[in-house]
Design a protein. Structure first.
Length: 150
């Protein structure tokens, strides 16, 4: 499910007088409720979303918390926002980082496009890129692991 599709579902829900709405897809299930602090599960990606009652779609407050996916030995650079993942500043430019590259805290590792804004993602710690976990142009959720570090 893409971000735009989710926004459209929220807009439909907010424009209606429904108190609950559940939509099943081939790979996802979304449940929206006007009850405060309703927990919403998306079955395909293991993400928990909290949807708070709002007056309009544009002011919808959606918090997404990634479930713990790492052990003590594994370290990741995770998506700080929801959006589209890009490894380079443009298609003609080389990726910011490749497998085997060493990164330091604060180094730019990728870009996530959200609402037509390009947001630079930086490493929060030093390490070596062991694996790129997302394909270029792929939609990512908040907290989704992007790179595996040693």
């Amino acid at each position: 499910m893409q971000f735009e599709e989710l926004k459209e579902l929220i807009a439909i829900f907010e424009a209606s007088d429904m108190s609950d709405m559940k939509v099943n897809f081939d790979n996802a299930s979304i449940h929206l409720s006007r009850a405060k602090n309703q927990t919403v599960h998306t079955d395909n990606i293991g993400v928990v979303q909290e949807v708070v009652n709002t007056a309009a779609c544009d002011s919808a407050n959606v918090q997404i918390k990634a479930e713990e996916q790492e052990t003590d030995a594994e370290r990741y650079i995770k998506a700080p926002i929801v959006g589209t993942f890009y490894q380079a500043a443009s298609p003609e430019k080389p990726p910011y980082v490749n497998v085997g590259d060493r990164v330091k805290k604060g180094d730019i590792v990728c870009i996530i496009e959200a609402m037509k804004f390009m947001n630079e993602v930086t490493s929060e710690e030093d390490g070596e890129i062991l694996e790129v976990l997302v394909k270029d142009g792929e939609f990512v959720e908040f907290g989704a692991p992007l790179f595996k570090l040693n």
